[in-house]
Design a protein around this ligand. Structure first.
Ligand code: SF4
Ligand code: SF4
Length: 290
């Protein structure tokens, strides 16, 4: 069974991807070469930018079954419209118009249940792409990418997670930022969650919401404070009051920030920076052995 770690954050811009990619490097070099990185931030997957020599090894279209209305059978009764929670169906009886917007459909099947006239049939609709890359070390990168215009983040993440299942001893998921359904899907089943935050009022606000979610899901977690030294002490006070473990503090450094923006995995070249990730791994291993 794989050991599954998910890197999450309550908001964008905390350095979640930086932490995920550096942690991947450190896991491969210091713990287990059989580690796979999975980019679940399907709306804006950017882990790949950190692997300049990545080689594409597989590409699979991700599809979803979306109902279509057969207008020769449709009686324009609008039952399907009433059942659709996602406003994906438009039926206008006076002009005998009926259609389903694939990009709004969540494939819940409610309309199929509602229709008594056998006027709906399911057809595969492309919602995204799943790509596997060799990155020169470890098991590589598996990336989910949402098709432009599609709102089906969760099915793309589910498909990518299914592919990753037991594909390596250690699987490191990079979740989307925030606390939406797509985050829940990414975090679900994690053996350990790393919450990345920054010591600012915005960081604290979103961290609190994310902690509530992770606690609700009853998952073990710890916090990495990125850009330490910026902002104030409110995040530290909150974590202490709540009894939440700080896995590591990674100080803010302008030179580091510049290198990250160039897509550099700093742990590969800077021993002092790499130590932060070795400490995170040590703490997760202590948890794993409990
Ligand atoms: S499958 Fe669900 S979301 Fe899609 S059109 Fe039917 S009721 Fe709406
Ligand atoms: S429930 Fe069936 S028959 Fe009624 S409007 Fe929808 S597709 Fe047409």
């Amino acid at each position: 069974m794989s050991f599954k770690i998910t890197v999450a954050s309550g908001k964008g811009g905390t350095g979640k991807t930086t932490v995920a990619t550096n942690l991947y490097w450190s896991l491969v070099k210091n713990f287990d070469n059989d580690t796979l990185l999975v980019d679940c931030d399907v709306e804006e997957p950017d882990d790949l930018l950190f692997f300049k020599n990545a080689i594409l090894r597989s590409e699979v279209k991700v599809t979803q079954a979306v109902p279509e209305i057969n207008t020769s059978k449709c009686t324009y009764c609008r039952k399907c419209v009433e059942y659709c929670e996602y406003n994906a169906i438009t039926v206008i009886p006076p002009v005998q118009y009926a259609s389903i917007a694939p990009d709004l459909c969540h494939s819940c099947g409610a309309c199929l249940y509602a229709c008594q006239d056998d006027a709906l049939i399911e057809k595969d609709h492309e919602i995204g792409l799943m790509s596997g890359y060799d990155v020169g070390f470890g098991k590589g990168l598996l990336e989910g990418r949402l098709k432009i215009g599609s709102a089906a983040q969760t099915p793309v993440i589910r498909r990518v997670k299914k592919e990753a299942l037991d594909a390596a001893s250690v699987i490191l998921f990079d979740a989307p930022p925030g606390t939406s359904c797509s985050v829940v899907t990414s975090v679900l089943d994690a053996d350990f969650v790393i919450m990345v935050t920054e010591p600012t009022p915005f960081g604290l606000h979103d961290l609190k919401i994310a902690v509530e979610l992770i606690r609700e899901m009853d998952l073990p977690f710890g916090v990495v404070i990125n850009k330490a030294g910026l902002g104030d002490r409110a995040v530290y006070d909150y974590l202490e009051d709540e009894g939440i473990d700080i896995l590591e503090e990674i100080p803010f450094n302008e030179e580091y920030a510049r290198k990250f923006s160039e897509g550099m995995i700093l742990s590969r070249i800077d021993k002092n920076y790499a130590i932060h990730y070795q400490k995170i791994i040590r703490k997760i291993l202590e948890f794993k052995q409990q």
